[in-house]
Ligand binder design. Structure first.
Ligand code: FES
Length: 119
């Protein structure tokens, strides 16, 4: 079990409805950008790829929330996503949500669970 977990960052690196943490995941030998945010106390991780076109979302490195702190926003054309699910809520994502990762927060650290296809 523990060998399936890859350390990503400290839990304190991910601020409630604030600064997230960028990292990469490996998919079939390709490194893809990803991120983790914290919303209502829970961590959520996604590939850093908009549903509109495959662009990274953050408007500054690690900044994914809009000014209301209720939504994730794409910096390119403003698509909005639900922080807790990655579901497209409006804009050019047109129903195409973010791709979720399985992350776990254990004893103050955040890990990627590699059982689910991302290394
Ligand atoms: S690239 Fe994200 S809304 Fe267009």
């Amino acid at each position: 079990m523990a060998e399936d977990l890859r350390l990503i960052c400290a839990g304190d690196d991910v601020v409630e409805a604030g600064h997230g943490f960028r990292f990469t995941v490996s998919v079939r030998g390709r490194a893809l950008p990803a991120f983790v945010i914290r919303y209502r106390g829970m961590i959520h991780g996604y590939l850093n790829e908009c549903g509109h076109v495959p662009a990274e979302l953050d408007w500054q490195p690690g900044e994914f929330f809009d000014s209301s702190k209720l939504y994730l926003i794409c910096s390119i054309h403003g698509a909005l996503y639900a922080p807790e699910s990655g579901r497209c809520l409006g804009g050019r994502c047109q129903g195409k949500g973010l791709k979720p990762l399985v992350l776990r927060e254990i004893e103050g650290n955040i890990y990627l669970d590699r059982q689910y296809g991302y290394g």
